[in-house]
Design a protein around this ligand. Sequence first.
Ligand code: FEO
Length: 389
Amino acid sequence: MKSRQLCAGVQWMGAVDWNRRLFDSLIPLPDGTSYNAYLVQGEEKTALLDTVDPAMENVLSSQLAQVDHLDYVISHHAEQDHSGSIPFVLRKYSEATVVCTPKAKAMLMEHLDVAAERIKTVADGETLDLGGKTLCFVHVPWVHWPETMMTHLPQDHILFSCDLFGSHLATSELCAGADPYVMEAAKRYYAEIMMPFRGAIKNHMRKVRELSFDMIAPSHGPIYDDPEGIVSAYEDWTSDRVSNLVVIPYISMHGSTETMVNYLVDALVERGVKVQPFELSTTDIGKLAMALVDAATIVIGAPTVLGGLHPGVFSATYLANALRPKARYAAVLGSYGWHTKAVEQISGLIPNLKVEVLGAVMCKGLPRADTFSALDDLAAAISEKHAAL
Ligand code: FEO
């Protein structure tokens, strides 16, 4: 795709990656993604804000063909999907200097072999005058690496937010407009990438609110030309508010655990509680992560294999712990053959979840009347907790 003008002196550059389906060999990308870079040309100086994933360096190269001179490469974030083509840009423009936070300097040297003498570090609040356009740097550590910053361009009322507010979405549309699907993709992105750093981001949202902008230009997905929606959504997602929702990730080997899950779903629905079950051997983990953004309760459905947790449940529980959702309550259910350590293993896997455990309903073999009675009790306990939210 060719570069596109955002306003006088500001162009979108970068690459739309229509066909990528996995990030970090972990995160599903059902809609591809984009790596957004931006060229800001002042009366005296020119800056490129971020680059692209090195796999798509040729796209950036053709966009830069008409740019004779580059003074600065602003590196908001050292992760390679944005920084990976910096070595190429520095080779092309021997006069260019990389501008980044002090922590990013070390990372760019470590991960990309960028020479120290090509890097200028900037403090939080520092500015760079391009001539009629001022780049104002805002440090936002832990969004989602420790070195990240954003750039505010006050003359054009644009906030270049890097990964913050991004979405993994390949589209020919430059701007999000009022497309609700962009918000869904942004929530998926928040859940998968940003949620573990909710506390830091919550604080950064105050910094964002102090800035004046009409447009948010993230490093993935379309630009927000009406940014209030995404800013409000982030304030909600990072808040302590949880919703009347139970998420049930589970696996069932011979049907008993699934019978228990189905019974609990009905028991919760009868009590006015919303439920989202996810069968882990087939589910899109991005959908599960999205549900965890504001669910009040997580119930893990775990059959026993070789005396312990099914590996699929083990993996999902480990991931849920790493994502640090704000759920307040948890429980476990499952069936086993003759012996199980599943509950103890789950307890050890979720130290990051600050939850009250509402119980474990484990049954030997088929679930019977006593199991269903215990599930009714669990549904009642969850319903009572949710009613008090
Ligand atoms: Fe899009 Fe954290 O890189």
